[in-house]
Design a protein around this ligand. Structure first.
Ligand code: SF4
Length: 207
């Protein structure tokens, strides 16, 4: 499901896919142009996206212009969302390279259809700037790898529970694949991961 969402004032929000919140100069200039041609204002989201507001009859044109600079549309709804990460090794406190690891996870999973939203966040150290435990799947870097939390749901003030620790960076994709498979096998229609964990127990998600 694409990030094109009707707003209460009749405008349409078009949300470019920006995994890890990364955008290059050419893309930023294009976004600025589209914002100026649209509502004149953009909104930054907690999901590390920039929302462009435009008119309904301009949506296809906006999509084409974004595509011309290599920007797709962010997944929304019952999908794996773009992965959120901190700057990783660019930060002096980093214990793991959350940025690179997050981009790899995003490349593998974002946009996949799910029973409900699956939000993934990755922090490079225990300061946890990405509030990883507020997400369905959250990784927090330590000197031994990553701690893995699942079942967070920030909107309901539910913190993810610790599933595993010392997860090697090159295991993030496999572990995420494992969790998603169990979630899909056990979820009722539209059920979020937090609720599935409540029903079947966190032990079922251990490898
Ligand atoms: S979580 Fe840690 S590594 Fe990432 S930005 Fe925050 S302090 Fe830096």
């Amino acid at each position: 499901m694409e990030g094109i969402v009707k707003q209460t004032n009749g405008a349409v929000a078009v949300i470019p896919a920006t995994p890890a919140g990364l955008v290059n100069g050419e893309q930023l200039l294009k976004i600025a142009q589209l914002v100026n041609e649209g509502a004149g204002l953009a909104k930054f989201t907690t999901g590390e996206h920039i929302v462009i507001l435009t008119a309904e009859d301009k949506v296809e044109q906006v999509k084409q212009e974004l595509a011309s600079v290599g920007l797709g549309i962010a997944p929304v709804g019952p999908t794996v969302r773009n992965v959120k990460t901190c700057p990783g090794n660019l930060c002096e406190f980093a214990l793991q390279n959350a940025l690179n690891d997050g981009l790899n996870v995003d490349k593998e999973f974002s946009g996949r259809e799910m029973p409900n939203a699956v939000k993934i966040a990755i922090s490079g150290c225990p300061r946890n700037c990405m509030e990883a435990r507020c997400n369905d799947i959250g990784f927090i870097g330590t000197k031994n790898g990553y701690k893995l939390y699942i079942g967070g749901k920030g909107g309901n003030q539910i913190l993810g529970e610790l599933l595993d620790k010392d997860v090697a960076p090159d295991e993030l994709i496999n572990y995420t694949k494992h969790i998603i498979a169990i979630y899909k096998d056990n979820a009722k229609p539209k059920e979020r991961l937090a609720s599935v964990i409540n029903r079947i127990g966190i032990e079922k998600f251990k490898r």
